[in-house]
Design a protein. Sequence first.
Length: 381
Amino acid sequence: MNEILRRNLPNILIALAAALVQWQLAARLARAADSAGRHGKARTWRALGFVLIAWTLLMPVVFGTGLQLQLPGNGAQWAMAATLLYLATAFAGGAAYFLTSRNVVNPSRRQALKAISGAIVALPAGFAAAGIIRAWSRPELREISIAIPGLPKDLQGLRIAQLTDIHYGPFFSMRDLEWAVAMANEAKPNLTVVTGDLITRRSDNLEECVWILRGLKADAGVYGCHGNHEVYARAVNAATALGRAAGIQFLRSKSATLNFGSAKLALTGVDYQPQASRYLRTVRPQPGAVNILLSHNPDVFGRAALLGFDLTLAGHTHGGQINVEILHEHLNVARFFTPWVYGLYRQGGRSIYVSGGLGTVGAPVRLGAPPEVTVVRLCAG
């Protein structure tokens, strides 16, 4: 229950704020209609406000629980996207109405306020259009060198390709995933990892997703861990079995020991670690090896560094998905939940790389957080 409440808290707060804005807007429009003697129109505004507010308040219940699984086909994800766009437009409409309702005598100022109000109402649609174009564009290939203290010579220059947060479905198609697989293969990695969230919902085509992922090629093999959406979709066991058949070994509190010359690399994976749980209770680094942890949730990093994992590869945050930079500070929803949102972080000689991932959740929109295929290159620290 705490996990359900935590992951839906932003939706609940947004819904409450949006309901308040809509109530104020509908009440003002109804009063204005009554004052003009248009009582039928006033009743229409009140009825419309009631319906929209009811849907807004139902949103966290429908999309935050198993009820969304009952919606037909891909309807749930598109309904969620449409709802989010409507809520953004409602906030903008409230701001615009506040501006235009002010008693301004000067005609030129009144016209200017109307123009500004129109631009404010159009902003959500404009940002959504730009975000959709970015989300549906080809992913970037992001290469990053990560220094590991005492890295054996035989592991220097080792290349690890990472794909994460695919969310295969209506917002991320077969063509998109084939591009990502081809990009990873073109980097000629020694090792490839898939760090969770293959799909979003139970009705998404997990089998087709894994069938495309079987095209991943790496000298030392393809490994993975599971994300929260495999858990929510009750698809962890199915994904593990399908991955095994496709040559992808999902590490579920297990390690794989890989030998490169005289050096040993221990690759450990865990299933999704819910926030505020006791992280990494079932895994430990291997002595005498370079230890890499695969964890969908980056919040485990503090514990992973303390245990002695040299490098953690994670995803989950989508790089914020909608990320706004103000005065060199990146503002996004993910920052409310974790300090490790995107990129490379270090702590006590240990490192984590949080990939921005490929797909999206909620709406097919990315702003300031482009989709990526990551290639990590190990180097001596």
